[in-house]
Design a protein around this ligand. Structure first.
Ligand code: SF4
Length: 403
């Protein structure tokens, strides 16, 4: 008995961004970790360029998708349907666009996969597969199995891996799906993380994403975690809020633990935009100082920046470029606001009749898919590319100067 787990990717900018800023994708690895040992597992992660094996002898194919990869996932589903396989669809897009997804699947896996995946597998073996499996309560992370390292070789990910630290986020930023997908913020027992890390170290993994959407939100937990992983002498990176800069004890603990880079959703220099999104805790006038403090602890600052908020007009591109130069982050990830189905942003834009297309392949951060409030779609798109060019040349110059 065999299942085939596939992370679909249309090769979009969004997929590339996710692959660059994270380790192995959570959903296929969560499903693999939850699969009973008597079932064989085959896996493909298209986000890193692996080819889907359409000749797989698996009996059940589970495909996970984000919104920009939905059509690719449906294409894979149809191909396997022709071969008589049972198809499961899961992932973020399935969670929020169920009616569409069910047209391409025998069953849907909605929400965190643990426990419902095992239930699905049992029903499938008994020929009693239901049309959907949905979690109604958050999965207790104490029960999470380590992600398997013997199905996709860590070498494929350049020995960079991902270990779950927490799920969910206590904040509720309007454009974000994290708090919609995971109903509760919860952390994983530290001893389980340390055990998983020891194994990873023993097989040569030296860079690990401490996977969390808000790594330092629970201060006491984060301090304990950093203390526990410091003796392992590994390299770590993660994602948290810029507010961590206010806490030098935490930064020192992160540095001692081997944290080398942190990704922050800085988003925009527009206070109004941040306030509208429920992200007023990011204060643009304090970021320069915050970045300086974080870098003092040997931690690179990677900043996410978004264009297209309702408070943005055509001046936002120059303003953001000036801002980025001023605050001196190490790396900049600029993209357009993506109104992912299920997010508050999508609901609002849809209600206001401002969604220009529901061609999901365009929901990848480089296309304008909604009518901006204070500029034309073409100005928003051209502004992003202008920023890309200016920003790239700025950082190339910096790199040249220090090399
Ligand atoms: S954008 Fe970041 S801080 Fe806001 S809800 Fe999402 S994960 Fe949390």
């Amino acid at each position: 008995m065999k299942v085939y787990l596939i992370k679909a990717s249309a090769g979009s900018e969004y997929s590339k961004y996710k692959a660059e800023t994270g380790g192995p994708p959570q959903n296929i690895f969560s499903a693999a970790a939850a699969t009973p040992s008597y079932i064989d597992v085959e896996m493909t992660d298209e986000t890193i360029g692996m080819d889907t094996n359409f000749n797989s002898d698996a009996d059940l194919v589970a495909i996970f998708m984000s919104t920009p990869d939905a059509y690719r996932a449906y294409e894979i589903a149809e191909e396997f349907h022709k071969k008589g396989k049972n198809i499961v669809l899961g992932g973020l897009h399935t969670r929020f666009v169920q009616k569409e997804a069910e047209e391409y699947a025998d069953t849907l896996l909605i929400g965190e996969v643990e426990e419902i995946w095992e239930e699905l597998l049992e029903d499938w073996q008994n020929n009693t597969l239901k049309p959907r499996y949905q979690r109604t309560t958050p999965f207790d992370l104490a029960g999470l199995n380590p992600y398997p390292t013997d199905i996709i070789d860590p070498a494929v990910y350049n020995y960079t891996w991902s270990v779950v630290v927490s799920r969910g986020c206590p904040f509720k930023c309007e454009f974000c799906l994290v708090h919609k997908f995971f109903k509760k913020y919860q952390t994983r027992p530290i001893e389980n993380i340390v055990e998983e890390l020891k194994h990873l170290k023993s097989i040569g993994v030296d860079w690990v994403e401490l996977h969390s959407d808000n790594l330092t939100y629970d201060r006491a937990y984060a301090l304990e975690l950093f203390k526990a992983i410091a003796p392992l002498k590994m390299n770590f990176y993660g994602e948290t809020t810029i507010l961590v800069a206010k806490d030098t004890e935490l930064l020192e603990a992160a540095q001692n633990a081997g944290v080398k880079a942190l990704l922050f959703g800085i988003e925009t220099p527009s206070e109004k935009a941040l306030k509208d999104q429920g992200k007023a805790f990011v204060k643009p006038d304090q970021i320069k100082e915050y970045v300086k403090i974080i870098k003092r602890y040997g931690i690179d600052v990677v900043g996410d920046f978004l264009f297209g908020f309702d408070a943005h007009d055509e001046h936002i591109f120059q303003e953001t470029l000036d801002f980025v130069k001023k605050i001196k982050v190490d790396q900049v990830y600029p993209h357009l606001v993506i109104p992912f189905p299920g997010s508050g942003t999508f609901e609002k834009l849809d209600k206001e009749g401002r969604i220009l297309t529901k061609d999901w392949s365009k929901y990848e951060g480089g296309y304008v898919v909604f009518q901006p409030k204070l500029m034309e779609p073409k100005d928003l798109e051209e502004g992003l590319w202008w920023f890309w060019e200016k920003n790239a040349s700025f950082w190339e110059k910096i790199k040249y100067m220090i090399s």
